[in-house]
Design a binder for this molecule. Structure first.
Ligand SMILES: Cc1ncc(C[n+]2csc(CCOP(=O)(O)OP(=O)(O)O)c2C)c(N)n1
Ligand SMILES: [Mg+2]
Length: 551
């Protein structure tokens, strides 16, 4: 469990030159040493102060991808991701990635510049009311105002990281940045997001004690989500699984919370073959929902099975009913359940293995012999990547396969958006992951639609010598949507996309590019990557027909 802020590199100056100087120093103290930005007039002063405090100001190619990079950085290391934009078109362009951090439950501080305070009341050119724009997609949207700068920043940081974490937006009028900060700045708040180790139990009238509930079951199962990753609950989850004999189903963004080679790992919810996973849950007599966030549900919750809610926060969503809640640090709660459980394990790893055989049978169905199938790409890329590789994926049919089929060995090693599920995440996330972990291989598996949205970010990767590998599944289709049109008997309207010469595009962006039409060509393309400082883009020309039998 994270209990301390990252070590500071520099304390705030005793006498900051202005509020921007103080804010830059405060972010450094809070452990921030990189921000992702797209500039404009009112944030010039803030960017310069960040530079003076040795913060790496990374220029993405547009605000939306800057925000995804900040989100991915926070997903990688559990810290707060910071992104900057200018006013008006900058702040409106940042909206998607702020909403992604909010729904993906990732701590983010997004800062947008604004015209000076006095002009805001009546001036209109490029002026958008940020507080109203950002209120529905953040935990809090505030403004830096003279006299309340320090408390506003403390509130922003504390709010972003507190359970459940999410996005905070701050508006910085240009005069607030260049103006003075209060004399009394106060200390930083705690920046640990994890919940208290003291566990609180809430019960509806007449509801059973959680220990008796678990003890009375014959077919319990664990459903694990992102709060378990935030609480580092993996080893305790495996211990409970073994002690009580419980298969583990994970939500997609929690992939890796327990190693997917664990004999108790059953599969991933709401990805490929989701019917089989739902059947497994329906067959249980108790679901221990451990840090499971219903924001990851694609299908409605239709189970009648009793749920024991174990999370950092009470079950305020009520997407699933639960009479009993164990609220606190998920690792501590699961450790308590494991310690107190007595009796024989209810199920064996053999039961889980039998289920996994069925699941994998479904996963590989629909392969076309002699063609490059989507599952072939997942298998080959996984086999060619070391076990500690970090993978990212985008949104579309390919995500549903990667989510189920990519074997993830550790937490925070598979980055995806499954709260907002916004296309265009996979490429910037791979770049951010490589910035955070320069020594680990990073591979992004993306659709041709999401790639077309974000490909130019690869010039940044090339410039910074970030040797990411991006595998583009080319089907010339926004497949996930085109399949739904087909199911309705409609023609493909606005879902076919024109071919791009991805190899030529990669070379134009100063990356290597390779085309692969078979598993052998794909293996060769990946094995031949020798220059670890040069991005590689693989145009994987797939036969998408396997997707049809999957969903
Ligand atoms: C920003 C955004 N716009 C639209 C969608 C709706 N959407 C979900 S999947 C998808 C198609 C993705 O196409 P592609 O990237 O080629 O992946 P594929 O489905 O072909 O694997 C679309 C349009 C979305 N999730 N995000
Ligand atoms: Mg596609």
């Amino acid at each position: 469990m994270q209990t301390e802020t990252s070590p500071s590199r520099k304390s705030p100056p005793a006498q900051p030159a202005n509020a921007a100087d103080w804010l830059a120093a405060t972010l450094v103290e809070a452990g921030v040493h990189r921000v992702f930005a797209y500039p404009g007039d009112p944030i010039i002063e803030f960017m310069e102060r960040l530079r003076q405090h040795e913060v790496d100001v990374v220029l993405a190619r547009r605000e939306g991808t800057a925000g995804f990079m900040a989100e991915a950085e926070a997903m990688c290391n559990g810290s707060i991701g910071v992104c900057l934009s200018t006013l008006g078109p900058g702040s409106t362009a940042l909206v998607n990635s702020v909403a992604a951090a909010q729904l993906d439950r990732v701590p983010m501080l997004a800062v947008s510049g604004q015209i000076e305070t006095a002009r805001q009341a009546v001036f209109t050119h490029q002026v958008v009311d940020h507080e109203r724009l950002y209120a529905p997609i953040t935990k809090w949207a505030g403004t830096l105002r003279a006299g309340a700068i320090t408390s506003t920043v403390r509130k922003a940081l504390r709010t972003a990281v507190a359970e459940r974490p999410g996005a905070v937006h701050l508006t910085g009028p240009s005069d607030a940045f260049t103006g003075a900060v209060e004399a009394e700045t106060g200390p930083l708040p705690p920046l640990s997001g994890s919940a208290a180790e003291t566990v609180t139990i809430y019960r509806a009238p007449g509801a059973p004690d959680p220990l008796r509930l678990l003890a009375g079951t014959r077919r319990p199962i664990l459903l694990v989500g992102i709060a378990a990753t935030r609480c580092d609950a993996g080893s305790q989850l495996e211990r409970l699984a073994e002690t009580a004999g419980m298969p583990i189903v994970v939500a997609p963004m929690a992939k890796g919370v327990v190693p997917e080679t664990s004999p108790w790992f059953a599969g991933v919810l709401d990805m490929a073959c989701n019917d089989l996973v739902w059947d497994l849950l329906a067959d249980a007599d108790l679901i221990v929902a451990a840090g499971f966030d219903p924001v990851e549900l694609i299908k409605p919750w239709q189970l009648k099975t009793t749920v024991l809610h174990v999370d950092t926060t009470p079950n305020t969503d009520q997407v699933y009913p639960s009479e009993v809640e164990v609220v606190g640090d998920v690792s501590a709660s699961i450790a308590w359940l494991a310690n107190e459980f007595s009796g024989e394990p209810r199920r064996s790893p053999d039961d889980v293995a039998a289920f996994r055989r069925r699941l994998l049978g479904g996963y590989y169905s629909g392969r076309v012999e002699g063609r490059l199938n989507p599952t072939d790409v997942v298998d080959v890329v996984r086999a060619c990547s070391p076990s500690d590789a970090i993978a990212t994926c985008d949104v579309g049919s390919h995500k549903l396969l990667v989510g189920q089929g990519w074997t993830t060995h550790e937490p925070r090693a598979m980055l995806m958006t499954n709260g907002l599920s916004a296309m265009g995440f996979g490429v910037p996330a791979a770049i951010a992951a490589k910035l955070v972990h320069p020594d680990r291989p990073v591979v992004g598996i993306v659709g041709d639609g999401g790639f077309a949205m974000t490909a130019t970010e690869l010039r940044l990767a090339a410039e910074r010598k970030l040797g990411v590998t991006i595998v583009v599944l080319v089907d010339q289709s926004l497949n996930r949507i085109e399949l739904k049109q087909m199911a309705l008997g409609y023609p493909s309207t606005a879902t076919r996309i024109e071919e791009i010469d991805i190899v030529a595009l990669a070379e134009a962006l100063d990356c290597d590019g390779v085309r692969a039409e078979s598993t052998r060509e794909l293996e060769r393309a990946l094995d031949d990557k020798t220059d670890s400082s040069r991005p590689l883009v693989v145009e994987a020309r797939i036969d998408p027909s396997q997707y049809e039998s999957q969903f």
